[in-house]
Design a protein around this ligand. Structure first.
Ligand code: SF4
Ligand code: SF4
Length: 212
């Protein structure tokens, strides 16, 4: 059957009208920044103070795109007679984001909480070499990492916080006991001085009155 003349136009207009009444889903980026979920995998930040150069992240990375250089340093003994220790010092930490597949394994395996996801994603480059972010840049990303969500009020207190609170309570109790002991010693010293004064006063009076 031959199509009715103008039916195609009518169908097209119907689609246009239907679409006009729907809520728009087009993101107006870059004029409007997207509202990303907090756990977005945008870029990796490095908190290098926590990094012990254990190399776990570099070893576990499936793309071998984490580059770490370090050297050993001798730390003198903390007390006389103690042993010297050696520790790793970080020289280079870089991630090549042109190879990274954003799997998050490095962040998961880091035992010292030195790597974090940041939702930042605007770091496209025209030169692929610029996608290797060295430690300074990785540290800059660290400041864009969102704060962790608040704990569930009904959740069990984390062991670290419980231990820290216990230690703080113990220190406060010791300081209070010390202050109380000092106050008691001061009070005893004052009472002793008063008694001496009274005894001296009584002796003086007896000497003035003389023998009966
Ligand atoms: S996210 Fe995955 S691929 Fe990227 S650096 Fe970490 S382990 Fe490697
Ligand atoms: S796993 Fe963590 S602590 Fe170990 S080298 Fe990587 S970032 Fe540093």
């Amino acid at each position: 059957m031959a199509p009715i003349p103008g039916s195609g136009l009518a169908k097209g207009l119907a689609v246009t009208l239907r679409t006009m009444t729907r809520k728009t889903v087009t993101a107006q980026y870059p004029d409007v920044q997207p509202d990303l979920p907090p756990r977005t995998r945008g870029v990796i930040g490095l908190f290098e103070e926590n990094c012990t150069v254990c190399m776990l992240c570099a070893r576990e990375c499936p793309d071998w795109c984490i580059y770490i250089d370090s050297h050993k340093e001798t730390v003198p003994a903390a007390a006389p007679g103690g042993r010297e220790r050696s520790r790793n010092v970080l020289d280079r930490f870089a991630i090549d984001f042109s190879l990274c597949m954003y799997c998050g394994i490095c962040i998961e395996v880091c035992p010292f909480d030195a790597l974090f996801w940041s939702p930042e994603f605007e770091y496209a480059e025209t030169d692929i070499r610029e996608l290797t972010h060295e430690r300074d840049k990785l540290r800059e990303w660290m400041w864009t990492v969102p704060a962790p969500p608040a704990l569930d009020p009904a959740a069990e207190e984390p062991k670290e916080i419980a231990a820290a609170r216990k230690a703080a309570d113990k220190l406060a109790a010791e300081a209070e006991a010390e202050a109380e002991a000092e106050a008691a010693a001061e009070a005893a010293a004052e009472a002793g001085a008063d008694a001496e004064d009274r005894a001296a006063g009584a002796d003086g009076q007896a000497a003035e009155e003389g023998p009966a």
